[in-house]
Design a protein around this ligand. Structure first.
Ligand code: T1G
Ligand code: NAD
Length: 668
């Protein structure tokens, strides 16, 4: 790590070089602290440009220091030192100025940035609030509304927007360093603006705070930090600077040690470890420039959209011309929706569609780099497709299946060059859900596995490597979760109570309302298929409902009744009658106990998955649940949650001792 000083006439250029993202480690803070003193004492220097080497401006405090006691110089003191320096400092920003990075830039008298730069206060995504004046100085530049949006959402703003709202003073086209030095020289020829701390924030619009509190609480879905960040911005706008700074620091230190902050830090590092498995460190991925999708149904259309969103051309293969037209229409519907929601312009949507070629002719696949199969979940249909692919695709073309429950090895049996075969399990809707389970077989070449991870990165997906078992990682835990939820119903716990408990825990919906939304018949058909293969599959309560024609919302009723045209779940007397014989009322459980039980059951299945080597690390299992099934990020995932619950907590939650694999994981 270095903080170096160069002199260009009367302008000093302070360059930070702390790879990979110039995070504000203690050494870096000390280096900047010392640089202020040195340059204040230099009579030849009239202004200071602060710039970073590498790919980005300061990306924030060093997250790896969070679990440790804060060390001097504390960041708020460093920012104040820059702000009150004898010579004005100019922050020259490229890449991202995030968190503490933006706070340092706010201590500067000016901020300039390249057009591609982003500036933000992402602290709430780590379960904390800015701790060095981010919520206090930002409103003094951009006003209450913009500052509240930045601090409570954690979303960065691009340079053009930052200029428009007053967060930066100029966009530098061309060389940032030269442009910043020129800006500094010009700034010295005019009266300097007051330091940000001395500027008064514009008052918030009438009624803003009450409306914002309601909106932030709704969006936060149980996360604590966003509302606390709003409180800080409100103090900054309605009170004096010093008191607001004290309030923010107190809030930061309070949240820094919280369970939610620990959970979100866990997810932060898990998300950075998953896309780069150590086993693939020296493996080069095969380039993927052209792709094909077989099957234009629910998943095929979504996968094609994900590929197009990443700029990859797609050949969409279907059974016949009618199905081709339907597949293209499915894809067109996805983009029509994106245009309606303002996510894409008409021209962008048209461009996405122009990159798709629909056909029934497999000869169109002769030169594609990657084919993803998403046809019916029937082994015969899939094997026939791969026989064609094996015949017509290049021997080095990567062939992938999107199967949910079939054994990829059975699908690939007899395929020439099996080293190029892999499972790529997308989640519906495939162009939205970030999770991608990557399922190699024993024959899959490391280069092909690396290509799967590279594809995930280019699609903006969260890749998790999974071994082969029924349901891989996510659906196997889902099956356990559903069985455990049904067990509670068999003990007399109301269906609606189970769903309310899981919503209260932070899930978007409970297990029963989710099945009604997706359809009970999908899992029912899986179970029936397994039974037909002679597997011992216990009777589920869901089987009783499906056999009674209750498949969920699509049939007007599943676990709940639905009034025509209404998606609101209503507890069903019919279901109560159908299931009455299966219920032996137990002692009853409150919602906290219900949620604790079900999360512990998820973790117990996760521990078994880990012990069997189906998952590589427990944090991957957390990512599967968060990115594939909506497990609340601020809980860290079922494995993180269980490890913090400990053996005694889990014994209480399960009503019995946790299975050996889970106990062993906790005692590691
Ligand atoms: N601290 C430590 N390491 C960090 C880091 C950070 N803030 N940000 C990234 N890294 C590491 C990361 O673990 C990975 O390491 C490598 O850098 C590349 O990251 C006082 C208290 C900057 C947009 O939340 O958003 O300031 O795996 O793969 O995709 O108010 O990293 O290679 O060993 O993500 O190019 C606020 C978090 C902190 C920014 C770059 N700041 N980082 O994305 O690379 S709290 C953040 C990011 C704070 C103050 C408060 C992204 C990025 P490795 P990467 P990327
Ligand atoms: P779907 O029925 O919506 O689509 C399947 C498509 O495949 C249909 O359009 C059909 O015309 C086409 N097809 C069938 N035989 C074909 C052939 N020989 N050549 C070309 N096209 C053919 O099914 P879906 O929900 O999209 O599921 C597809 C696959 O994705 C299944 O393996 C499923 O297990 C898996 N999957 C589904 C989900 C989900 O939530 N639906 C999630 C993940 C994975």
């Amino acid at each position: 790590m270095t903080v170096s000083i160069a002199r260009e006439g009367t302008i000093a250029v302070v360059t930070i070089d702390n790879p990979p993202v110039n995070a504000l480690s203690q050494a870096l803070r000390q280096g900047l602290w010392d640089a202020v003193g040195a340059l204040d004492a230099d009579p030849d220097i009239r202004a200071v440009v602060l710039i970073c080497a590498g790919r980005t401006f300061i990306a924030g405090a060093d997250v790896s220091e969070f679990g440790k006691p804060p060390m001097e110089p504390h960041l708020p003191d460093l920012v104040a030192r820059i702000e009150t320096a004898a010579k004005p400092w100019i922050a020259a920003i490229h890449g991202s100025a995030l968190g503490g990075g933006l706070e340092v830039a706010l201590g500067c008298r000016f901020r300039v940035a390249v057009p591609s730069a982003a500036l933000g206060l992402p602290e709430v995504t780590l379960g904390i609030v800015p701790g060095a004046g981010g919520t206090v100085r930002t409103p003094r530049l951009v006003g209450a509304v913009e500052a509240a949006a930045m601090a409570t959402s954690g979303k960065p703003v691009k340079a053009a927007r930052a200029l428009a709202i007053g967060l930066i003073d100029q966009i530098i086209d061309g060389d940032l360093r030269a442009g910043a030095v020129a800006f500094a020289e010009a700034a010295l020829n005019a009266p300097l603006p007051a330091p940000v701390c001395a500027r008064d924030p514009a008052p918030a619009p009438e009624g803003f705070w009450a409306a914002q509190e309601a909106a932030v609480a709704k969006a936060a879905k149980g996360a604590v930090a966003p509302l606390r960040a709003l409180d800080c911005v409100k103090r900054a706008v309605t009170g004096d600077f010093t008191a607001a700074m004290a309030f923010e620091r107190e809030t930061f230190l309070d949240l820094r040690g919280s369970d939610q902050a620990a959970a979100l830090r866990h997810v932060f590092f898990a998300e950075r470890a998953a896309p780069r498995p150590s086993t693939l460190k020296d493996v080069t991925a095969r380039p993927i420039a052209t792709t094909a999708v077989i099957g234009g149904g629910t998943m095929g259309a979504g996968i094609a959209a994900a590929l197009r969103d990443a700029g990859l051309p797609v050949v969409l293969i279907e059974r016949d011309d009618t199905a081709v037209a339907r597949g293209l229409a499915n894809l067109g519907a996805i983009y029509d929706g994106a245009v309606k929601r303002g996510r894409l312009s008409e021209a962008q949507a048209a461009d996405r569609m122009a990159g798709v070629t629909g056909t029934t002719d497999y000869a169109a696949l002769a030169d594609v780099d990657l084919v993803i199969e998403a046809v019916f979940e029937e082994i015969g249909v899939k094997r026939a497709v791969f026989a064609e692919l094996g015949r017509l695709c290049r021997p080095d073309a990567i062939l992938a299946t999107n199967t949910s429950y079939l054994d990829p090895r059975a699908i690939a049996e007899g395929l020439p060059h099996p080293d190029r075969f892999i499972g790529l399990h997308f989640f519906s809707p495939a162009n939205v859900m970030k999770l991608l389970e990557i399922v190699p077989t024993a024959d899959t070449a490391p280069q092909v596995l690396a290509s799967g991870f590279a594809l995930a990165r280019s699609l903006g997906k969260m890749p998790v490597q999974a071994g082969i078992c029924d349901g891989f990682i996510g659906n196997r835990i889902l099956k356990r979760y559903r069985a455990a939820a049904e067990a509670l119903v068999r003990e007399g716990i109301a269906i609606a109570e189970v769903d309310a408990a899981m919503r209260g825990f932070g899930l978007a919906m409970g297990p029963f309302e989710a099945q009604d939304l997706g359809g009970l018949d999908i899992a029912f058909l899986q179970r029936e298929g397994a039974r037909a293969r002679g597997e011992d599959v216990p009777e589920m309560l869901g089987d009783i409902l499906v056999r009674a024609g209750r498949k969920g919302q699509k049939t007007g009723g599943g676990w709940y009744d639905y009034a025509p045209g209404d998606r609101k779940p209503v507890p069903s007397d019919t279901v109560a009658g159908l299931l009455a014989a299966q219920i032996t009322p137990g002692a009853g459980m409150d919602r906290a106990a219900i949620a604790a039980r079900l999360v512990a059951e998820m973790a117990e299945e996760g521990a078994a998955i880990l012990a069997e080597g189906i998952a590589q690390k427990s944090s991957d299992i957390d990512l599967v649940k968060i990115h594939g099934y909506g497990f609340p990020r601020w809980r860290g995932g079922p494995m993180f949650h269980a490890i913090r619950r400990g053996i005694d907590g889990l014994t209480q939650d399960l009503g019995r001792a946790p299975a050996p694999a889970l106990a062993a994981l906790i005692q590691r």
